[in-house]
Design a protein around this ligand. Sequence first.
Ligand code: NAI
Ligand code: MG
Length: 369
Amino acid sequence: MTPVPTAIALLPGDGIGPEVVAAARTVLDATGVPLTFAEGEIGWECFEARGTALPDETIELVRSSDAALLGAVTSKPPDEVGPGRGAFRSPIVGLRRALDLHTCVRPVRALRAEDGELDLVVVRENTEGLYAGLDFRPTPDGLADALGLGPDLRGDDVAITARIVTRRAVRRVARAAFAIARTRPARRVTLAEKPNVMRATGGLFLEETRAVAAEHPDVEFAWENADAVCARMVREPARYDVLLAGNLFGDLLSDLAAGLAGGLGLLPSANLGDEAALFEPAHGSAPDIAGWGVANPLAAILAAAMLLDRIGEAAAAAAVRRAVDDVVADARTLTRDLGGRASTAQVARAVAAAVSVPENPETRERRVP
Ligand code: NAI
Ligand code: MG
């Protein structure tokens, strides 16, 4: 019986995005998992050519695929877009909203001995918090009136970003965190929040996470102040297993963890919804090195491994991670951010050559996303 191939959307984007997506594709091909690929346009070059960074057909492509792999996109602040061009909106934020990709998962693992013992997963709320887009400058009069803002807190010299937290969003991201903790030996979730300062939003986040913790008596739960987590992560990284956080804190904590674990070039990221899933390296488009063929593809390759897990190809996913570990440990074929001299394509070929999937199709099981 020939297995039905899984449909993968590839969104190379711009900058180093196309280079690292091509590298990930090389490795996916080496696993022998039956996949079909369709490419979609996204990002800055797409905006320049078509006036939108996220065409509707790209959203539809991701929606109708089993999973998507994104490279990177360049985001421009309004003053760099130029007049009369319309607003450049982050297409990644747009995709997260359009497809309700509510949970961001970033496993961070130190691959080199010199980077210590860090092995944690940041699970970040992906749709609200301070990144919900409730952003005002100046504050509209109605809102300023409702907030009771005096004249000194109005006008163009005052800006407000509002943080929104809903019980529903906390519940689903917390449930994802506890589900991930159950698959890990330490079975521990730590919430990074600031409930004593942001009593309303932080308080609700903590309250609902506690309720979810009560559903998971087999998983240890604790909460810590988000700032304290930063200091402890540097000094005592093994303290953390699954780290749950809101949108902003999760963004910062995952970059901090990545920095400790050898740099952004190694960190994959998943945006998970109930209907769709988008995998990407956590780094950006790296315009300073784009086109040179020297970008580290390992983050994109590890993102592809997460994609394989999502589509039920756990054995292939594990094989890709082992291959990455081997190439890093061997240290002969690394890009220059890791102290090597290899090109993006050389690293991809080295990982592809190291991939060895146990030949037992019976273990392949299609998981409902
Ligand atoms: P960046 O991650 O693109 O680059 C930061 C630094 O890390 C640069 O020195 C870069 O050369 C290096 N770097 C990043 N990825 C690397 C890799 N795979 N191999 C070797 N070195 C690597 O972040 P930056 O500079 O803040 O942003 C550049 C652009 O990317 C901006 O337009 C930003 O908006 C966008 N961006 C896009 C993201 C995405 O597509 N998800 C995420 C973050 C930023
Ligand atoms: Mg970030």
